[in-house]
Design a protein around this ligand. Sequence first.
Ligand code: COA
Length: 326
Amino acid sequence: MFKMGIAGTGSYVPETRLTNGDLEKIMDTSNEWIMTRTGIAERRITTEEEATSDLAYHASLSALHDAGLQPEDIDFILVATVTPDHPFPSVANQLQHRLGCRSILSLDVSAACAGFLAIVDIADKYIRSGAFRHGLIIGADTLSKMTDYTHRSSSILFSDGAGAWVVSREKPDSSKGLLYSTIQSDGEHFTSLYVPGGGSRYPNPERAGVKNKIYMDGRKIFKMAIQSMSSSIHQTLEATSHTMEDIDWLVPHQANERIIDALSRNLGFPDHKVVKTIKYYGNNSAATIPLAFDLSVRNGTLQRGNKILLTSFGGGLVWGSALLAY
Ligand code: COA
């Protein structure tokens, strides 16, 4: 069996900043409340004209450049998103054309904030089996488009962005590559974090008395996020015979700094080895992990040879972890 390595990374965020000061002007909140409860100072958000595929396109170009590959070298594209430009076709289909790739497999995967780890898991299976040599996997979301800015406890979190990896086949005995990944789901609590309207259940949200905006039960999600990510990390460490001491960096989903801090405390993992980008980027769903990863590669934090643990949790509910020898 081959291994899946990361050949290149890229990311892109829109230029417009939405600061806590901006939110103070449109709702009853304060910078102090938001910083204390979430650790977020500002978020990047798209303009009316920018869509998810635009962010994904720029992140992809950057990852291809980093990998030293051309679009025609890519054998498959997977995009994790819950905010596609259109119900169909997929963002991945649009990217295939816009990047100038061959007629290859290109699909979107819907797993909300855990979407990037879901496509890491799928891509690993495609590459390991020998079916494909190079893939482009992208987490991209524009949550601002479905954020309810009248709901002050959820709207303070969400933002837009994209992160991409070029993943490539590595020899079975390579020291580099994905060591393990796990993704799990439980739909029982799906209404704790979801968009009620706008899909086929309530295609006319106003008539049905629901919104096509994100609804979130913050307290419930807070607890479940910590429990689920902790248990999937324990499963990953056990399956690979690793302990937290073997891990150089933890790159968690950037949902809320308090969740990240509680998670590392639960795991007994030192705070200085946890990658946090939430302060300036907020929670941009499937983009948080590849965005945080790319920014940390570029500023020299994550280095080749590091053992890196990834973990995420989100609407569905879906959660997972992955361990990587970078
Ligand atoms: N500014 C000021 N006050 C606010 C506020 C805001 N933006 N949002 C809520 N409040 C108030 C509430 O009205 C409430 O006041 P009350 O006690 O007078 O009724 C109080 O603060 C507590 O509200 P609550 O919603 O219980 O806050 P919380 O401590 O649970 O914090 C979150 C809210 C959203 C920050 C927190 O629940 C959270 O982070 N949850 C996880 C969310 C998440 O990560 N989602 C994405 C998963 S992928």
